[in-house]
Ligand binder design. Structure first.
Ligand code: SD4
Length: 330
């Protein structure tokens, strides 16, 4: 159950961070400790996820632990589309993608992982226990089992079963803006989370069941470091949601972090990448959604989307908000 009511919708506040003067890179090195810790995550499902992350952060825990614990809430929620409760691919099989990145360029991911409840935790094991960054398919599943994860039954949730049966009637691949799954605007198939702990260290996570009714074997941006997630502890962190193919082609999250390195605020950096995607897609941009959220090293945060309807959850010592992001199209 989401805890949306506890949050204030504060669209106007989303611009506050970007109104702060752009700090020079040297100043950005000094995190504004009064604003720490901070955690941001995508969509309304971020509200419940932030709550779990906040428990780690406020007790002095590491951002890396917070971003893992936080998104595990969404992965475990069977009525949510992020984990095994999500919509399947065209063959009727749920495949999960996830990645995680810490404050020292350590990173790990899994893609097309089946029957494992917490892909984010497998991604963390890939990061910590293997010489690799990304494991996919049966190899990722074998690795998970060898690390003590258990195999869940290959069964669709009731909602996903209904959605799949409906989809099979036409078998058309046509994602709907902001409603990639289940037809409920509060249910999303992806959560990206970025956090800075009280020591000023950044980490991020991203986990998804991917676009519903995707081709078998399709992998989106979410498990790809630089696309769905990027963290540079000297500069900032970013994660993405929406049409993964269009995030991958511009190395979206990495590009947002680079824009912050060049002095843009988090919101301005997200906006710049959204504008680039729109200019690449031309007219087709009208029918896709992509959104970025970002935190800079000095504790500013921001977001930007192609379409209206994207919200992100922000928790700091002073705030606990669900913010409607600004968008390219009104
Ligand atoms: C993907 N980026 O698999 C994910 C989907 C998503 O909200 O973010 N949906 O392409």
């Amino acid at each position: 159950m989401l805890h949306r009511r506890k949050f204030i919708r504060a669209g106007a506040l989303s611009s506050l961070a970007s109104l702060l003067p752009v700090a020079s890179f040297a100043i950005k090195e000094k995190a504004a400790s009064s604003a720490l810790p901070i955690v941001l995550s995508t969509w309304d499902i971020g509200v419940a996820a932030n709550k779990a992350a906040w428990e780690v952060l406020q007790s002095g825990g590491k951002a890396l632990d917070a971003v893992e614990k936080g998104v595990m809430v969404s992965e475990a929620e069977i009525s949510c589309c992020v984990g095994l409760g999500g919509n399947p691919d065209r063959e009727g099989i749920v495949t999960l993608d996830a990645c995680i990145m810490d404050d020292a360029f350590n990173c790990g991911g899994v893609a097309a992982l089946e029957q494992i409840k917490h892909p984010i935790s497998v991604a963390r094991k890939v990061m910590e226990k293997t010489p690799h960054v990304l494991l996919v398919g049966t190899g990722a599943q074998q690795f998970a089992l060898s690390e003590g994860f258990t195999l869940e039954p290959q069964k669709l949730s009731d909602d996903a079963q209904k959605a799949y049966e409906k989809w099979l009637k036409k078998s058309q691949y046509q994602p709907k803006i902001n409603i990639e799954n289940k037809g409920n605007e509060f249910d999303h198939d992806t959560i990206g989370m970025i956090a800075m702990d009280k020591h000023g260290n950044l980490s991020g996570s991203c986990t998804t069941s991917g676009l519903g009714f995707k081709m078998r074997g399709r992998v989106g941006d979410s498990p790809i470091i630089g696309a769905g997630l990027y963290v540079d502890n000297e500069v900032g962190a970013c994660t993405a949601t929406g049409q993964g193919e269009d995030v991958i082609r511009v190395a979206g999250s990495s590009a947002v972090v680079e824009a912050m390195r060049n002095g843009l605020s988090p919101e301005a950096a997200c906006k710049k990448m959204i504008e680039r995607i729109v200019s690449i897609k031309k007219d087709k941009a009208k029918s896709i959604q992509v959104a970025f959220i970002a935190i800079s090293k000095d504790g500013q945060y921001g977001a930007y989307a192609i379409q209206p309807g994207f919200s992100f959850a922000v928790t700091t010592p002073q705030t606990n908000l669900l913010i409607k992001a600004k968008s390219y199209y009104p």
